[in-house]
Design a protein around this ligand. Sequence first.
Ligand code: ADP
Length: 864
Amino acid sequence: MMEQYLALKSEAGESLLFYRMGDFFELFFDDAKVAANILDIALTSRGEHDGEPVAMCGVPVHSAEGYLARLIKAGQRVAIAEQVETPDEAKARAKREGKPASKALVGRDIVRFVTAGTLTEEALLNPRAANLLVALADVRGTIGLAACDISTGTMTLEECSPAMLGAELARLGATEVVVPEGWEHGPEEASFHARSAFSSDGGSDALQKVHGVSTLDGFGDFSRAMLAAAGGLIGYLDHVGRGTLPLLLPPVLRDNSAGMVMDEATRGSLEILESQNGARTGSLVAALDRCSTGAGSRLLAQDLSAPLLDHAAIEDRLSLVQFWRERPIERANLRDVLRALPDIGRALGRLVAGRGSPRDLGQIRDGLGEAWRLYYWLSREDDRPALLEALVPQLAGHGALTDLLSRALVPSPPTERSNGGFIAEGYDASLDELREVSGNARRAIAAMEARYREETGIASLKIKHNGVLGYFIEVPSRHGDALMAPDSGFTHRQTMKGAVRFNSLSLHEEASRISEAGGRALAAEEAHFEDLVGAVVEAREAIAATAAALARIDVSAANAERASEGDWCRPEISEEYALDIEAGRHPVVEAALAKVGDRFVANDCNLGCDDRLWLIGGPNMGGKSTFLRQNALIVLMAQAGCFVPAASARIGLVDRLFSRVGASDNLARGRSTFMVEMVETAAILSQATQRSFVILDEVGRGTSTYDGLALAWAVVEGVHSRIECRCLFATHYHELSRLAESCESLSLHHVRAREWKGDLVLLHELAEGPADRSYGLAVAKLAGVPKDVVARAKAVLEKLERSREETGGLAAGLGELPLFAAAVPEPQATVEDALAAKLRDTDLDALSPRDALDLLYDLKRSLD
Ligand code: ADP
């Protein structure tokens, strides 16, 4: 056995090997130690190998899913080795091979690798989040990305430059990334797969084979990098599924220029899909999501992760939201229908991957049936916007399949198919007959029990059934002797404590009738199951299109619902250089305040060509970063096709969004806060364009006052005069307000605060002009710093302020500095440069000692 185990283990490689033994999956050696630790189960040992006891632990097969989920969550991959023959088959094989049957070992094989990105099990997936597997390939410096969600079959191909890889991966939010073996540019925890799979020719062939086409032209014009990534993706899926490929829909080409670009730091700081502590609670999507279905929530998350740049496509989404916004009653009806809808996309994924159950077939039947009813209703609605017009036809067209499934299946089919019972009566006459036979036999057995009681006079006689004996007659021990008589017609089978068990000829006959008919009925149901799955798989693309249409309709109605809850408005999108938001709010902060009964103060933001950079001052806790973030979120939501929390919003399309707000805690990766801030700021200065929108908070806070002020000063100048993009810049450096003198499109603003009876009142209201003072000590007092410390700080502050007045302050003279763009001087040639040039040009080997000495004198002279 050890030999077989070790062979399988070497095939499993890095994955933990689940080795099936009867009703358990067993793990051995280091695998056992790792799993026992993660799962918190007992680690035992068994036998010896190379003189060492073999560590071992196991999990029951029937509850393996839960254990798998925990291992995958902990970052492990698992290989499942199943028994692929019965003990009888193993014995027969041994005989054929001339080996003793007693030594026959049941054959085992790895039937599947379970990895985070290749799950389809309902229990292991989050219904409201996509589960993406992404493969990367590098073809002559261009990175191809192939992404798929095998739980629903969607697949996209795209490419980017190596510099943008981080941003693209952040947008995709993959659960698992696969890269060619030995490739070093992927994320740290990437899975490796054989390099040979990542070739463009191989990828093209694999795609053609999967979709049964001779050319990919009908799907799109894919680059070599994209095809190579697709090759790697399909190769990996094939490896993981041991030759069974999951559901893969035709690849969709994603044009990266069609979307707004956001890098990882921006996504993190805007807390789009999760808040900074990693939870969904407190994120933008959680504050927005009113979807009725899991598929809708997944699509909304995708929309928010990839806002659009295509004006028409954004208007299409907005018009559909408006359609539902204006029809509250229809919206409520629609949402009721959607709520009852099963997740047909994921049911389809399981069926195609060969892991489907009768219940999945039932879900497809119910889902498609509901989709048809929606079709019937929506195609009669007036004034349908273009997007709905395009979606409605995709809801219909499954008549024959729904009909077939409705006739074939019982109303609520089970998840377990091995016990049968899911094919409806009337679907197959011969199956009905078999059921009739076993039903009759069961009735006969019930009648037999009554008859035997009468004949024997034993009222407590029972006919029972168990897995070992099958049907048997049981009487209490004291009546046992009566039936033991040779002519009683009963044969003894088993004596238990307190009971004796018998068989009889007629019971045996009826029992065989049941088991034979039962076995044939099961086989018939199994065959029907395969046929029905075949019919569903045949229609997979149309079913997936229906699932996608339902999800889009759900998202639009959910956005309308959210908009009506919060009185949000439809943003006006334009190609102009504008950002006019009237009475904007932060959706997450507003909701949090509402919970404790506080009101959010709405604020305007008006950026345009001649006023494109707002410098915002004011006390800590005054609401600066909230204001920055809310405007970035409003832009993001608008371009994702959502209504926005404002009285009105006019948004000139933003090509790239940058957000540096709040200390991003990258310290775990060995970078100081200041270093992180500088790296992120560098990215903005090198990547932002005139059409970008940048929000920056407290640049330079992580270093000394002079360094910090100098950096903040230079960054503002760079953004204002070189990039010329729209920007909100929050700072506590009063000195920066002097930039208003030299930067003509910059204006000064502050969050208002007031001191009232010695206490600080934060108004969270934005006003024009510079902040009059910083209120730092008042904030400290508010935060509970002891009175004597605040008093001492006040004295120190007065002294500092006096000396500032005398010297003109930190920024004295900065106003006269030339602007950033002109500030980089041309390097001047120096004496040292001349010396170096002379030395470089001299061939030392060609010099006599005398010449060398002369040269030395010469050099020294030129220094003087
Ligand atoms: P700053 O960046 O100026 O230090 P924050 O933006 O972090 O301040 O805001 C601090 C707190 O003030 C927030 O957590 C929120 O509770 C409250 N706040 C911010 N903006 C508003 C607003 N517009 N209306 C009401 N409360 C607000």
